[in-house]
Design a protein around this ligand. Structure first.
Ligand SMILES: [Fe+2]
Length: 279
């Protein structure tokens, strides 16, 4: 089957909806004055786009994906707004609740993920269209991630309700990889390595010191599938710098909860050091 890979650089005067969403969250004014302001030397040089933009999950398996810190499949959410239901599930289960299923790779691979999806979804009361979306995503995303990481011996499938506790500091993940989908509110923020002060990143610097140019911050949209390579990913290009979006609040002061699917790829047991010379 022919594959179509879309690898484009986003121009400053052609912001996508996702970029506008990121600007909004970072309080960047998208005014003509802002766009016409004299650029700093750093802002004048566009960072390379850090993600492979694919039109299907199959494209993630293309060898081209090795050249990127992460992979993206943009989608238009086809389920109705579920904010009220997500907030209610959060109240029922407790904020920052996680539903986790660990799956081991067997001689026949991981098998299908239907049982995993059903096991997770039976514990939450969500609209049927959202359940259908999550069910399909668990099956398709976990299958693709398993193929993308043939060295992986297990996957962790998690459905999380994220309120105020989230990773809002810019960071790289210290494991192999994570695929992530947000079903409401906002998606993960990310940026290219060229836009990062790595000394600040690795020495507890604040967000404002880590990022060189805020206009180079991008955001995954609601419904998008994002694959984040961690620092343990076994390829030279890895370690996407990213963070959770800012927590938003309802008028009554309560946090806007997000429904998030994660498929994590832990470091395989065979890679762990088993020498007897280390503590
Ligand atoms: Fe992370």
């Amino acid at each position: 089957m022919a594959t179509t890979l879309v690898m484009e650089t986003v121009m400053p005067n052609a912001l996508s909806n996702n970029d506008r969403q990121a600007n909004l969250m970072m309080n960047i004014q998208e005014t003509p004055e802002k766009l016409q302001a004299t650029p700093t030397p750093l802002a004048a040089v566009k960072s390379p786009f850090p993600l492979l933009r694919a039109s299907s999950l199959e494209d993630w398996l293309h060898p081209e994906s090795a050249q990127f810190n992460g992979l993206l499949m943009e989608r238009k959410a086809w389920w109705n707004d579920c904010q009220g239901a997500v907030d209610q599930v959060s109240r029922d289960l407790g904020e920052d609740e996680k539903l986790i299923v660990s799956v081991k790779r067997g001689p026949e691979g991981f098998g299908d993920f239907q049982d995993v999806a059903e096991k997770i979804l039976q514990k939450v009361n969500l609209p049927q269209d959202v359940k259908d979306a999550v069910h399909g995503d668990i099956c398709q995303l976990a299958t693709t991630v398993g193929e993308l990481c043939p060295w992986g011996d297990s996957l962790l499938v998690k459905l999380e309700l994220i309120g105020e506790k989230s990773c809002r500091r810019w960071h790289r993940d210290y494991y192999c990889a994570r695929a992530i989908v947000s079903y409401n509110s906002a998606g993960t923020l990310y940026t290219a390595d060229d836009n990062v002060n790595f000394w600040e990143l690795e020495h507890k610097g604040g967000n404002e010191r880590i990022i060189r140019d805020k206009s180079e911050i991008r955001s995954a949209g609601v419904g998008d599938m994002l694959f984040i390579k961690g620092v343990k990913f076994p390829e030279p290009v890895k370690g996407l710098v990213h963070r959770s979006p800012e927590t938003q609040y309802h008028d009554n002061g309560l946090a806007v909860n997000r429904l998030v699917l994660k498929v994590d790829v832990p470091v395989p047991a065979a890679w762990e050091s088993d020498c007897d010379c280390c503590p």
